[in-house]
Design a protein around this ligand. Structure first.
Ligand SMILES: [Mn+2]
Length: 383
């Protein structure tokens, strides 16, 4: 048996001296480098606070940043879950101190099939504990770069129109303080009162970018303003014209003809998943931004979780196959967020139908990606 006998193992050919690629060209390497420039000041402050409020750990514990009672981010499985373990702002009068306010709208009497989205905000908050404040690809740490709070929920009641008034008042309050509202629904009927609360604080027009499998623009459903109707009523608001409404991902067997007629009459811009597939996400984003921003002062982002293929988001009221892949929708929303938005809603998470919290997790992810992208492009932050 000779020295070069490889005993049947196929060895790889020798690696050449010259690398075949430039390591520094990789996004993965650049993103790691960006992390070095991030502050840790608020993290350090949080540790100090945890130790003060939660007591220093038992003597046997070597890591002295750990407290006795869990306070702040760690461990991820512990604690009272606000969104991303943000401070709960009980006094809504102080919301102007923050760049962003998360608010839940536990409302589902606008549903026309499965109910349960009233538990959406709680589910999204709970699973958001899986996330830290740092995003590797973007090189953003929200804790360090954005002042955020969780306002808790709007007090919705068993009446659609009165709840709409509550929701509009809540969103408008946050907007009026110069803080960006991020709304966790709730069924999609809330799109109208949320938009109304935004629009009354904007001098000029508001464009709408709407990701959905459903067109949601008929006047009424079951004789009420249900979750199939928000954009009919929103685009009746004088400074939210239908020509600035872009609806992306629409299609399949759940789009009522009544809504299609209105979309056609009002001239909204509708893109199906076929459009998305043939044009590509970058082009779709470019077109959506062009339409939504035309003559507008700002843009509202409405993310219906059911715009994603239902294989990824079982926890929703009207699941539908054939929608976006999660990373397509995240990329699209990132490209929208890059140009800045006034507010965002994530709707239709129904946790009773969810599996392993994947639907709620994607809702949380969308919010975080949008906010981090806005920070990265300098569209928000600094309070
Ligand atoms: Mn939908």
């Amino acid at each position: 048996m000779g020295f070069f006998d490889n005993h049947g193992v196929n060895y790889r050919r020798p690696i050449q001296d010259e690398a075949s690629f430039e390591r520094g060209d990789l996004h993965g390497i650049q993103a790691a480098a960006k992390e070095a420039g991030l502050s840790t000041a608020r993290h350090d402050e949080e540790i100090r606070r945890n130790l003060e409020l939660g007591l220093e750990a038992a003597p046997s514990i070597g890591d002295r940043t750990i407290s006795t009672f869990s306070r702040g981010e760690l461990p991820h499985y512990a604690g009272i879950n606000t969104f991303l373990k943000l401070p709960y702002l009980e006094d809504v009068n102080r919301v102007g101190e923050y760049d962003v306010a998360i608010m839940g709208v536990p409302f589902d009497i606008g549903t026309t099939y499965r109910s349960g989205t009233r538990f959406g905000p709680q589910a999204i908050r709970r699973i958001s504990a899986l996330y830290q404040t740092y995003n590797y690809e973007l090189g953003v740490d929200l804790r360090e770069q954005l002042k955020m709070c969780d306002l808790g929920d709007v007090f919705t009641i068993a009446n659609i129109e009165k709840s709409f008034d509550q929701i509009t008042k809540a969103v408008s309050h946050v907007m009026s303080k110069g803080t960006m509202p991020v709304i966790l629904g709730g069924d999609h009927s809330i799109g109208f009162p949320c938009l109304r609360g935004v629009a009354e604080n904007v001098e000029g027009n508001v464009g709408i970018i709407h990701l959905d499998r459903h067109i949601d623009i008929q006047e009424k459903d079951m004789d009420e303003r249900m979750h199939t109707t928000p954009w009919f009523h929103a685009t009746n608001i004088p400074n939210a014209p239908a020509v600035n409404l872009v609806q992306i991902g629409i299609g399949g067997w759940q789009v009522p003809r009544a809504g299609v007629q209105v979309g056609r009459e009002r001239g909204t811009t509708i893109m199906t998943i076929n459009d998305v597939e043939s044009l590509g996400i970058d082009k779709v984003a470019e077109m959506a931004l062009e339409v939504a921003w035309k003559g507008a002062k700002t843009v509202y982002l409405s993310f219906d979780i059911d715009s994603i293929d239902c294989g990824f988001v079982p926890g929703t009221g009207w699941p539908e196959p054939g929608g976006f892949l999660p990373r397509e929708a995240l990329k699209l929303m990132g490209l929208v967020a890059k140009e800045g938005i006034a507010a965002m809603e994530v709707v239709e998470v129904a946790p009773a139908y969810d599996i392993s919290d994947t639907t709620a997790l994607l809702a949380a992810r969308a919010v975080l990606d949008v906010l981090a992208t806005m920070v990265d492009s300098g569209k928000i932050g600094g309070k």
